[in-house]
Design a protein around this ligand. Sequence first.
Ligand SMILES: NC(=O)c1ccc[n+]([C@@H]2O[C@H](COP(=O)([O-])OP(=O)(O)OC[C@H]3O[C@@H](n4cnc5c(N)ncnc54)[C@H](O)[C@@H]3O)[C@@H](O)[C@H]2O)c1
Length: 327
Amino acid sequence: MRIGLIGAGRIGALHASTLASLPPVTGLVITDVDRDLARVLAEKVGAETADSLTDLRAAGVDAVVVSTPTSTHRALVTYAAEAGLPVFCEKPVAPDVAGTRSALAAVRAAGVPLQVGFQRRHDAGIVAVRDAIAGGTLGTVHLVRSATHDPAPPPPGYVATSGGIFRDCAVHDFDAVRFVTGREVVEVSATGANRGDAFFAEHGDVDTAVATLTLDDGTLAVCTATRYNGAGYDVRLEAHGSAGSLAAGLDEHAPLPPFATGAPYAGFGERFRDAYVAELVAFCALVAGGGPNTCPGEDALAALLVAEAADLSRREGRPVRIAEVAA
Ligand SMILES: NC(=O)c1ccc[n+]([C@@H]2O[C@H](COP(=O)([O-])OP(=O)(O)OC[C@H]3O[C@@H](n4cnc5c(N)ncnc54)[C@H](O)[C@@H]3O)[C@@H](O)[C@H]2O)c1
């Protein structure tokens, strides 16, 4: 199959080298508004380039992978859907609920699949937690803890357009909690703090945050996020039940002495290398008609609604039900 990749930045470069190495992908065509960036990346991974979306379509692609900034996702997903092309889109589908619903409506109307890039669904440790919960080996699960701790803050310009720590960062935790438990979130209480650079507060954001989720069966989940985890990149998830506990990500690279014996992960690219490959292997199978959609757009909407509720809860200092932000 021939895949069109839109966006040759940080995550686009990672996806390009993965796609170029996958056996079902017989051709890769890269486009970016920065044509030089697309050309350099294409040369590196042995791909073709297209100067525009029209050229990308004319190049005869069977599906597209969208890895442009979040603000462009809705329009690009809609464009691909109207062209009848299956889409893999980086998270989130849009920065807001209305934009996400609009993109989902476009793919539904076109009858094409949309897979969203919540790669933790393909992380071996997180899948093992999901399987243990589903198989009953943890007994009744009372508590889930999920953490996304970045070693250093992103640049101020990124924070300005990121949508805030819950939509940009903890949204991965919200999706992971739903994924491992198979339950829906009904209520969120959240708070945040700023003890780092001033630009977080200047953009109405926080550098560190905690969200407590109540799930529809009464299970509690706690999600923590910080932009200042000096020890290193740390993403972990734990589930604690009446019959056992299981942790994902507590390996030799977790920056937690004395458990850590190896170097900490530098960032998401290292920590989730295998998961990024697995999600695109799954997408190729989906495009070929031989595999399930491992993260449909509806799951991205559900995670975004939790982020919306968390943001509102932090701002207003009160618990927020998902039904309120979904209305
Ligand atoms: N799943 C993950 O773990 C993960 C990690 C990082 C980023 N992301 C997501 O991936 C997306 C991209 O993030 P990034 O850090 O790679 O950004 P980036 O800024 O490094 O790259 C984006 C690229 O898109 C290009 N671009 C912008 N508008 C375009 C358009 N209309 N058409 C074609 N090209 C266009 C830019 O020139 C740039 O090269 C974001 O939505 C982000 O949330 C996900």
